[in-house]
Design a protein around this ligand. Structure first.
Ligand code: ADP
Ligand code: NI
Length: 238
């Protein structure tokens, strides 16, 4: 099947904008995260294409580039929605029409919370959208493994959350509403280590692309080892 092509926009201008936008976030969601997601999304897309799937690399790259613009965790109330911010930015740098719609369709479905909500309603994200699969898996691979541990600790530090609470049994999040209440709430009394149970240990089972499935298994094994070491080192009886 032929891949749609879209007119090129001002990619350097868009990159400079995103780099400036991410500078307001902490280092769990910085420009380097965006660059890693772009590189991994491209690698996963090439692997999917080698398996015979049709994937538009331009859509993958632009969606990965803008996927964290307007993230609610960092956006003050009253600002335009992430979708409106992204549509505005894409149009400003010459990416409008079908390309912008496809990119927004990806960004709207990329998040863990969104997928939890759909699964609870007996639905799924659009599994025929191969570009979404590549960007989502790339974003999730960056949430797990060694880099995932580092990002989780960075985000928790930015929110002044404790690293590990030895007396608190893991709070396992089961629903999208609980995830929002516990994980995204600024007042939630949860540790960085609890985020593994809220989200990070679930991600390997939610990967869509073949390349990400194997990589996610290796990264998850590393996180399990990390959790086990933290417990050993921190659970010293008083
Ligand atoms: P998604 O786009 O899937 O909703 P997020 O942007 O919420 O993902 O999370 C990305 C990363 O930010 C997480 O993998 C983690 O490293 C960090 N993070 C987000 N929420 C938390 C939290 N409550 N505690 C610790 N880390 C978090
Ligand atoms: Ni991201």
């Amino acid at each position: 099947m032929a891949v749609d092509t879209y007119p090129g926009g001002d990619l350097q201008g868009l990159e400079a904008f995103v780099r400036g936008h991410m500078a307001a976030y902490d280092c769990s969601h910085d420009w380097l995260h965006v660059q890693r997601v772009r590189a991994m999304a491209r690698r996963l897309a090439e692997q999917e294409m080698a398996l015979g799937k049709t994937v538009n690399l331009q859509v993958v790259d632009i969606a990965a580039l803008v996927h964290d613009i307007g993230d609610a965790k960092y956006t003050a109330e009253g600002l335009p929605s992430a979708r409106d911010q992204i549509l505005g930015v894409l149009s400003r740098f010459g990416y409008a029409g079908g390309m912008a719609e496809r990119v927004c369709g990806i960004v709207e479905q990329v998040s863990f919370r969104k997928e939890l909500e759909l699964l609870e309603q007996g639905q799924t994200i659009d599994l025929s959208n191969h570009e979404l699969a590549c960007v989502q898996d790339a974003d999730r691979l960056d949430a797990i493994g060694a880099i995932g541990v580092a990002r989780c600790l960075s985000f928790s530090a930015a929110k002044s959350r404790p690293i590990y609470l030895p007396d608190a049994p893991p709070v396992k999040v089961l629903t999208a509403a609980e995830y929002m209440r516990l994980s995204a709430s600024p007042t939630a009394n949860l540790s960085a280590l609890n985020h593994f149970h809220e989200k990070l240990l679930h991600l390997a089972g939610m990967m869509k692309t073949e390349g990400a499935k194997g990589e996610a298994g290796r990264r998850t094994a590393f996180m399990q080892e990390f959790i086990s070491h933290i417990k050993d080192e921190c659970e010293i009886p008083w």
